[in-house]
Design a protein around this ligand. Structure first.
Ligand SMILES: Cc1cc2nc3c(=O)[nH]c(=O)nc-3n(C[C@H](O)[C@H](O)[C@H](O)COP(=O)(O)OP(=O)(O)OC[C@H]3O[C@@H](n4cnc5c(N)ncnc54)[C@H](O)[C@@H]3O)c2cc1C
Length: 168
């Protein structure tokens, strides 16, 4: 499958249009990981396990996810065209997670899987600090504080807050 890159600004513009106007005729950028290729235990013998992720707005901007199947079908349709095989009839089971599930399952504010966004006003020194300004013994850790979102960042965030608590 050919790999290509969409510039961030262009991607944000496209996503905004898709969610504002509807999915018809627009394909949301998505990422596919054939998990079972390297981890065969992730699928029954003779089957594949695909993980597909696409950027979506939080519940603040899109509270209604009744079109979840339509969105997923448009991605699977596009993917099928790209690989030259219609995978739809071969799907045994599929699970869809939207910000509604992220909110319910993990208590994530507005269902945002990546915490606070990384817009200019919320990165680097401008990201909320990992200590409370009022209570000296209250500290914060995770994606929405420094240094930022993503698993490596969340782990670094834990290290940073430990050092702060220990006074290192
Ligand atoms: C679909 C998706 C794909 C992603 N892909 C990647 C990726 O490829 N690479 C990457 O680096 N990052 C990825 N991320 C982001 C990454 O998962 C997060 O940035 C990271 O998990 C944030 O860690 P955290 O500890 O801040 O929060 P979380 O991992 O959300 O942990 C918070 C924990 O607190 C618990 N909790 C919430 N409220 C309470 C409460 N009141 N009492 C007790 N417990 C509570 C929750 O159940 C949860 O277990 C992805 C996220 C999503 C949603």
């Amino acid at each position: 499958m050919p790999r290509y890159t969409i510039k961030e600004r262009e991607m944000i513009r496209r996503i905004a249009v898709i969610y504002a106007v509807g999915v018809a005729g627009f394909i949301i950028p998505y990422y596919v990981n054939a998990v079972s290729k390297h981890n065969p235990q992730c699928a029954p013998e003779g089957c594949e396990s695909l993980f597909i992720v696409c950027p979506v707005p939080s519940l603040q901007y899109k509270p209604d996810w009744s079109d979840r199947d339509e969105i997923v079908d448009s991605i699977l349709g596009d993917f099928s065209k790209r690989i030259g095989i219609d995978i739809m009839p071969h799907i045994v089971t599929r699970t869809i997670y939207t910000p509604q599930e992220w909110e319910k399952q993990f208590n994530l504010y507005m269902g945002s899987g990546l915490g606070l966004s990384h817009r200019l006003s919320q990165i680097g020194a401008l990201r909320p600090k990992n200590y409370d300004e009022e209570y000296g013994n209250l500290f914060y850790v995770g994606a929405s504080t420094t240094p930022g979102a993503g698993l490596p960042m969340a782990v670094i965030s834990a290290e940073m807050v430990c050092k702060r608590i220990l006074g290192e």
